[in-house]
Design a protein around this ligand. Structure first.
Ligand code: OGA
Ligand code: MN
Length: 286
């Protein structure tokens, strides 16, 4: 297993590992440690199918039911389709592009769930020749770049994450889906149990900070986001077919850079692993 760091803050490209059909517990431990250390792992040239991806996902924990389908219909699927290609191989229409445009805002997958995701695993089957990159930033590195006073100020805060708040600005949310995702409260600062590193936890689903006025809370969330996403701290990941990328949603934000969906095919399959830190359903109006 060769690990090549991608940036001074976070991220690594890992070669010499076959994720599908992995049976060796030592390699799995190394992958888990690399998640804790690098937050973003890219494994090129993986032979991946949905079946293999789900089996690998289960090695990292409990797979997460895709929330749009589950919330709208109660049906469980462990896959999200990212891009513009339907399961039958044909191209999706533009309506879907509108729904996916929410992914172009900086976010952490499932931060709006009572139990947010640990990692997302995204495998690229078909990618555009131009565009379609995914950008990543680290809220751990952002936290480390704050002064001690600023870190201290965040320590006792709690943040409301709300899917309906973030996504109804982009496209209508199905009423059943909306009802399945009430606002949740998470601590502002999270600690990685493996290495003790702290990070704040924000992104597009972060609606407000408990106990602050709307304006004050918006200002702080916007300021933290700006600080996190300064260009020197972004990894812009250019996809190649066959790559499997794992990112740590506990401490990273990501966003899609967009592409010409009328011109290019982009077919990616995503699974997520359930995290182990539970937030609190927030019933008090904020
Ligand atoms: C995702 C996501 C952005 C992209 O897969 O969770 O936000 O690059 N993707 O499409
Ligand atoms: Mn996402």
């Amino acid at each position: 297993m060769q690990i090549e760091p991608l940036h001074k803050d976070f991220g690594a490209c890992i070669r010499g590992v076959t994720l599908s059909g992995m049976t060796d517990p030592e390699t799995l431990i190394l992958v888990r440690q690399a998640i804790d250390e690098y937050s973003l792992l890219c494994f090129p040239d993986q032979d991946m199918s949905d079946e293999k991806q789900l089996a690998f996902t289960k090695l990292l924990g409990t797979p997460e039911a895709e929330h749009v389908l589950y919330g709208s219909t109660g049906e469980v699927s462990y896959f999200g389709t990212v891009g513009n290609v339907k399961d039958d191989g044909s191209l999706q229409d533009q309506t879907n592009a509108r729904y996916q445009s929410g992914n172009q805002l900086w976010h952490s997958d499932s931060s709006f769930r009572e139990t947010p995701s640990f990692v997302s695993i995204l495998h690229a089957h078909e990618v555009p020749a131009v565009g379609g990159e995914t950008e990543f930033v680290s809220m751990r590195s952002g936290y480390q770049r704050l002064s001690q006073d600023e870190q201290q100020r965040l320590a006792s805060m709690h943040v409301i994450h709300d899917y309906v708040f973030s996504r109804s600005a982009v496209a209508p949310v199905n009423p059943n889906h909306a009802a399945s995702l009430p606002p949740v409260m998470h601590p502002m600062v999270r600690t990685n149990p493996g290495n003790g590193h702290n990070n704040y936890y924000i992104g597009s689903h972060a609606r407000s900070i408990v106990g602050m006025s709307g304006v004050e809370s918006r200002e702080l969330l916007d300021q933290l986001l700006q600080h996190t996403t300064e260009s020197a701290h972004i990894i812009r990941h250019a996809w190649a077919a066959g790559q499997t990328v794992i990112w740590d949603n506990r401490c990273l934000l990501h966003r899609g850079a967009g592409y010409d969906a009328a011109r290019w095919r982009r077919r990616m399959r995503q699974t997520r692993v359930v995290g182990n830190e539970k937030g609190v359903i927030h019933t008090i109006p904020v």
